[in-house]
Design a protein around this ligand. Sequence first.
Ligand code: NAP
Ligand code: MN
Length: 262
Amino acid sequence: MKKVRLFVNENEKSRETANELTELLYSRGFTITEENYEIAISIGGDGAFLRMVKETDFDPSIYYIGIHTGTLGFLPEVLPNELKEFVSYLEYGDYKVNEVGVLETIVECKKDSKHFISLNEIVVRDSLLNSLTLDIKLENELLERFKGDGMLVSTSIGSTAYNLSFGGSMVYFKLHTLQLTPIAPFNSNSYRNLQNSVIIPEYVPIEMMPVEKNDLLLTIDGENHYIKGVTKINTKVGNKKIKRLRYHNVPFSKIIKEKFLG
Ligand code: NAP
Ligand code: MN
């Protein structure tokens, strides 16, 4: 594999790292190109990794890897002071690769339907951020009639992002799960809701049907979509997987400790 594409964050540290990496890659016979590349490298943080995957349309044939130039990231794992060793790894590498499931969401509306792909999560809320009611079904069985601000569905990789801020759990990346995290669930004598996240295998489809209010705000990996007349949201990890090239294989507990406990 000799063709590489770079996705560089707009800051000095990332640009410097990109320049250094470019020189090293050229000196070892690599080409940097925007077409027919085999390896995609982000330089930045988790956000940069996410944008790279999105910009390349979640391509299952590419190897994705990130260099972290910001605060410690969960997704990018190469350090800027490791570029030489990293380029040797790319040159001679006996590649370690993880397959990462991608969340596929179909939103059925009164007239048509829409299709979305995400790596971290989807967030379902009322379009005006008022409360909403959702019938949530797992394996064709009603789990609950949810009432509250909304519902977040996160992959394992996304579990350390938005999901965590809404009180969800961090899930070991090697586990292939989806997590349903309620956002401000009502809890009174009139409305009983699950107050905690439910973690399910990633292949179990989730259905969410809005009751009464059908105009929703869907946030897909941080991008907002206002969708009118929604009748049903189907989401699951299908057969589509992307390849995450591993470098350090940093233990999950180590990243958590460094990122959250200092
Ligand atoms: P943003 O404002 O650019 O902020 C995203 C923050 O989430 C950054 O600090 C980013 O880390 C971090 N992040 C992204 N993916 C992560 C992952 N898989 N594990 C751990 N941290 C992660 O966000 P955006 O562009 O609107 O949306 C991108 C993602 O950010 C969303 O998918 C969502 O998960 C997350 N987000 C979180 C909140 C929140 O926690 N309140 C709010 C909005 C969005 P880096 O600094 O390393 O890039
Ligand atoms: Mn690292």
